[in-house]
Design a protein around this ligand. Structure first.
Ligand code: PXL
Length: 271
């Protein structure tokens, strides 16, 4: 590899057709941050404008997911050591992805623990949550739960920054991973507060809220930005700080549409 060869960043994630979240957000973020982005698709989500913009969810067949990962892992054997895990959607997908991850060593496995998608049956979602916690959480080196996911993974209610710190500690204990627990707009106060904890360093990352409404793709882009930074060799805490600054600009430059939520613009930092 020459010094001008970009670091490779793989995302295993779902497509979200309006381009705000999911694989599209990951790929745009990877490229903005100077890495060579690759996607293996797990599912296709199409919002339904006739049904309150609910999620229509179609999983990719497990064999097709395995095929994509075989192609990628074989093509970049020796230079691919960083992966982001986004929306999985089904227990079968999780088992397939876990098996493919086991085929090689990884430096960085960033898990964005996307727990429920509105289009899924609650029963299926519970199975998916359990499979994710049993099969993917132990492989993670860095986890990025949002407020809801941090409550589920830690088992505690999160109302304050102190609660968020406690949740980050519990999730670190469970996973061994560095944790970036996101308060976002869910915690009261003028700042969007996230908590980083890696077992040694606990740091509160706070930036003034850009608004009080969540913007589509912020979570995906944050985890993708962490992934890109780690792929380039940046240390975890610095990766978290850089990712937050990147997403803050992406939220400031968000794109409106006929959908009831704006989408982040990953080119914001350049705009
Ligand atoms: O933001 C979570 C998310 C991740 N991945 C896909 C999605 C969504 C939310 O809509 O559709 C594919």
């Amino acid at each position: 590899m020459t010094s001008s060869t970009p670091a490779i960043a793989l995302s295993i994630a779902g497509s979200e057709a309006t381009g705000g979240a999911g694989a599209q957000a990951d790929l745009k973020t990877f490229e903005e941050l100077g890495t060579f982005g690759i996607i293996a698709l797990t599912c296709i989500v199409s919002f339904d404008p006739k049904n309150n913009w609910g999620h229509r969810f179609v999983p990719v067949a497990p064999q097709v997911i395995a095929d994509q990962l075989e192609a990628t892992q074989t093509a970049y054997a020796g230079s691919l050591d960083t992966v982001k895990l986004g929306m999985m959607g089904t227990p079968d997908t999780i088992a397939t992805v876990a098996a493919a991850l086991s085929n090689q060593e990884w430096k960085n496995v960033v898990l964005d623990p996307v727990l429920i998608c509105k289009g899924q049956e609650p029963g299926a979602a519970l199975d998916t949550d359990q499979a994710l916690q049993a099969q993917l959480l132990p492989k993670a080196t860095f986890v990025t739960p949002n407020h809801f996911e941090a409550e589920v993974l830690s088992g505690i209610e999160i109302k304050t920054v102190e609660d968020l710190k406690e949740a980050a500690r519990i999730i670190h204990e469970k996973s061994g991973a560095a944790v970036l627990a996101k308060g976002g707009v869910r915690l009261e106060g003028p700042d969007a507060v996230d908590v980083f904890f890696d077992g040694e360093t606990l740091e509160v990352l706070a930036t003034p809220k850009v608004g009080e409404v969540a913007v589509s793709g912020a979570g995906c882009s944050l985890a993708a930005a962490v992934t890109a930074e780690l792929a380039k060799g940046v240390a975890p805490l610095e990766a978290a700080r850089n990712a937050k600054a990147f997403v803050t600009e992406a939220i400031k430059h968000r794109v409106g549409s006929a959908a009831p939520f704006d989408a982040v613009y990953q080119g914001g930092a350049r705009a």
